[in-house]
Design a protein around this ligand. Structure first.
Ligand code: SAM
Length: 435
């Protein structure tokens, strides 16, 4: 039997991704699941595939230079992107290995008549690397979208409102693989116990402090085996989420015994933290438009032994409202958004995002806020949050909402900007219903 090598898996994943329609993370999981690859080889496949997608625009620019702009078909494009990525951005692959492996890969991916071309292009790339790197550094300054591999429209949008330093820091941040964070669940296990278990499981961790998070609650995990295999995760001792996501719950400031509505709850990162903040004492209604994702909220609550949360489909919640169900003390609207604050976490998001999407989402966001108003008690708190960095979805949207809803006051708002705050991007506004 032929044993597939890491680069063959990487090529397979990237070819499939190029066809469109699937997230690269999903393809990676699917292809790697039955691969039998060792962890170190999996890590290489992930590094190459995610790197090639993140750096696609830059790699294509270099490819154009090396091939005199000759348009390449999909298999060749994948192969050259992979080779150039390894030559320019990974230091641990020896030059001769990457050229030879690429030529071998050409043989097994239907490019057997083009091995000479692959060999010549990648040899030139390796030979001229210093010059190419210098040109790439210049490109970052003269054409940041290409140099930092982002869509032009997005960079132009950010250029209008950010300083040069902020823009470069954000572009750089978006290309760095994200850290993994765990939020402990003291409702289930004492923090010391969870940490002890991590030590026993060989998981490296770092304490992390943020002004919106209590001490010893959030940890950066340095090495993480598959969660399904981890007893402390299965037992509900922690939840994986970026620290930025905890700000909305903090600003909601839920109190024990209250009735709280989480209108866009799935998969439950904020819902379960709200439950923690009220010591699981109160009534949390978790709703979401996506029934499958709503099931995840129930699963996460079960895993974390949380009992204050009940899930409601959109229809069930609407029936509750129509039938005169009791109003809520606090409502969280963690709205669907363009996700521009979490580009580093979603590998191909930047290439999927379209400017018109932001306009469409604004309408959804306003509708959700409007729906929330009809369920909030007089004097109640309405918190709106996104993981977008776009003012149209954030402060400007709240301004527009307040113009139409003079019964509400903006009590506070905060934006987390990734390079400054060292977490994913987020926006949170806290409003109060006056009467
Ligand atoms: N709050 C969640 C958490 O912390 O885990 C994340 C929520 S995510 C940002 C936005 C959610 O809004 C998605 O789960 C999506 O299914 C849901 N959604 C989208 N449109 C909706 C609508 N019109 N009504 C309710 N939920 C909606």
């Amino acid at each position: 039997m032929l044993i597939e090598k890491p680069r063959q898996f990487a090529a397979r994943i990237l070819q499939r991704h190029l066809k469109g329609g699937e997230f690269v993370e999903d393809i990676f999981e699917d292809v790697i699941a039955g691969s039998g690859l060792k962890p170190v080889d999996r890590a290489l496949v992930q590094e190459i595939t995610y790197g090639c997608v993140r750096w696609q625009a830059t790699l294509d620019h270099i490819m154009d230079k090396l091939t005199n702009g000759r348009i390449q078909g999909p298999p060749m494009r994948v192969l050259l992107r992979m080779g150039i990525y390894q030559a320019m951005m990974l230091d641990r692959v020896p030059d001769h290995a990457l050229v030879n492996e690429s030529v071998n890969l050409a043989r097994t991916t239907g490019l057997e008549n083009h091995t000479g071309f692959v060999n010549a292009v990648l040899r030139t790339c390796v030979r001229d690397r210093d010059k190419l790197i210098k040109e790439w550094q210049d490109l970052k300054k003269t054409q940041p979208a290409t140099g930092w591999s982002h869509p032009k429209w997005l960079v132009q949008r950010w250029e209008k409102r950010m300083t040069k330093e902020e823009l470069v820091a954000l572009l750089e941040w978006n290309n760095r693989p994200p850290s993994v964070y765990a939020r402990l669940n003291p409702l289930r296990t004492l923090p010391e116990k969870t940490i002890e278990t991590w030590r026993a499981d060989g998981i490296g961790y770092d304490f992390k402090n943020y002004d919106w998070v209590p001490e010893n609650l959030v940890f950066e995990l340095k090495s993480l085996p598959p969660l399904a295999k981890l007893a402390s995760f299965q037992k509900g001792s922690f939840y994986i989420q970026d620290p930025s996501t905890l700000l909305a719950a903090k600003m909601l400031d839920p109190q024990p015994g209250e009735r709280i509505l989480d209108l866009c709850a799935a998969p439950g990162g904020k819902t379960t933290y709200i439950a923690q903040l009220i010591d699981d004492d109160g009534e949390i209604f978790a709703s979401d438009a996506d029934p499958e994702r709503l099931n995840l909220v129930a699963e996460n609550c079960k895993r974390m032994h949380i009992t204050s949360v009940s899930t409601y489909s959109v229809d069930e919640l609407e029936n509750y409202r129509r039938n005169g169900g009791e109003l809520f003390d606090r409502v969280l609207v963690d709205a669907p958004c363009s996700n521009t604050g979490v580009i580093r976490r979603r590998v191909d998001l930047r290439w999927r995002l379209k400017p018109e999407e932001i306009t469409r989402l604004r309408n959804v966001q306003l509708e959700l806020l409007q729906r929330a108003t009809s369920m909030l008690k007089s004097g109640g708190i309405l918190v709106y949050s996104t993981c977008s960095l776009e003012p149209e979805e954030n402060e400007q949207l709240i301004t527009a909402f307040l113009e139409d809803n003079p019964l509400f006051d903006r009590e506070s708002e905060r934006t987390l900007f990734p390079p400054r705050d060292q977490v994913d991007g987020a926006y949170v506004a806290r409003l109060r219903r006056k009467s």
